[in-house]
Design a protein around this ligand. Structure first.
Ligand code: G4P
Ligand code: NA
Ligand code: NA
Length: 193
C-alpha cells in the first residue's frame, strides 16, 4: 500500500537491531485517517470472505483492529497477555515467545468470545518472527474456528514470520513489507507487491 510505504519512509525511524519505530502514526500516536485507509484496503483485499469476527492481541493491535472492523461490521476480540500460570478452563490459551522483548507469555481468549465454526480474520500491527500470530492461530485451532486470513500493517520480510504463515497456506496480506533497512542511513527497501 503506497500510502503506508510513503508514511513509513517519511516518519518511520530505523533503529539498530532491526527495529522500525512507527510511534508517531501507528504504535503510540495513531493517525486515524491513515488507519481508516488501511481499513478500506483490508476490506478490499478480503472482500470475498465472509468474516464473523476480528482477532488481535493487546496492546497495539487493538486500536487498529477496531478501525478495520468498522469496514467489516464485525466485533473485535483481543487476546490478553498474561505472565501468570493460573489460567482456568474457561479460556483458550497459547504460549508466545517474544524475540524482540526476550520473554515468554501466554495469550488467552475467553471461550465465550470465539466459537467453533467462527470465520476469523487476524489483524496485527507488526509481523516479525510470527510468534504472536502463531499464538492466535493455535487459539483458533483449539476453538475449532476457521482462520480466513491475516492482515498485517507492517511485515518485516527479512524475519521468518511471513514465510511461516504463508507455508501454512494462510491468506496473508501485509500492507507494507520491509525487505531491508539500514539504521546507519535510514534507508528502507520495500518488497514490490
Ligand atoms: P512476532 O510476534 O512477530 O514474533 O514478533 P516479536 O515477538 O519479535 O515482537 C514482539 C513485539 O514487538 C510485538 O509487539 C511486535 O508487534 C513488536 N515488533 C516487532 N518488530 C517490531 C518493529 O520493528 N517495530 C515495532 N514498532 N514493533 C515491533 P508486542 O510486544 O507483542 O505488543 P504490543 O504491546 O507492542 O502490541
Ligand atoms: Na503487536
Ligand atoms: Na507492538
Amino acid at each position: 500500500m503506497k500510502l503506508l510505504e510513503e508514511r513509513i519512509r517519511k516518519d518511520g525511524i530505523v533503529r539498530a537491531g532491526n527495529v522500525l519505530k512507527v510511534d508517531s502514526f501507528l504504535n503510540h500516536q495513531m493517525d486515524i485517517e491513515l488507519i481508516n485507509e488501511m481499513g478500506k484496503e483490508f476490506k478490499r483485499l478480503f472482500a470475498d470472505e465472509q468474516i464473523d469476527r476480528i482477532l488481535t492481541v493487546e496492546a497495539s493491535g487493538i486500536g487498529i483492529a477496531c478501525i478495520v472492523a468498522q469496514y467489516f461490521g464485525v466485533p473485535v476480540v483481543f487476546a490478553k497477555k498474561s505472565q501468570t500460570k493460573n489460567i482456568d478452563g474457561d479460556v483458550y490459551s497459547s504460549k508466545v515467545e517474544s524475540f524482540t522483548h526476550g520473554r515468554i507469555y501466554d495469550v488467552m481468549v475467553s471461550k465465550k468470545y470465539i466459537h467453533e465454526g467462527d470465520r476469523v480474520l487476524l489483524i496485527d500491527d507488526f509481523l516479525a518472527n510470527g510468534c504472536a500470530l502463531l499464538g492466535l492461530l493455535e487459539i483458533c485451532e483449539e476453538a475449532k474456528a476457521h482462520v480466513v486470513g491475516a492482515g498485517i500493517c507492517v511485515e518485516k520480510g527479512f524475519q521468518q514470520g511471513g514465510d511461516l504463515i504463508r507455508e501454512r497456506g494462510i491468506h496473508l496480506e501485509s500492507l507494507a513489507i520491509v525487505d531491508a533497512m539500514d539504521s546507519q542511513t535510514g534507508a528502507i527497501t520495500f518488497r514490490e507487491q
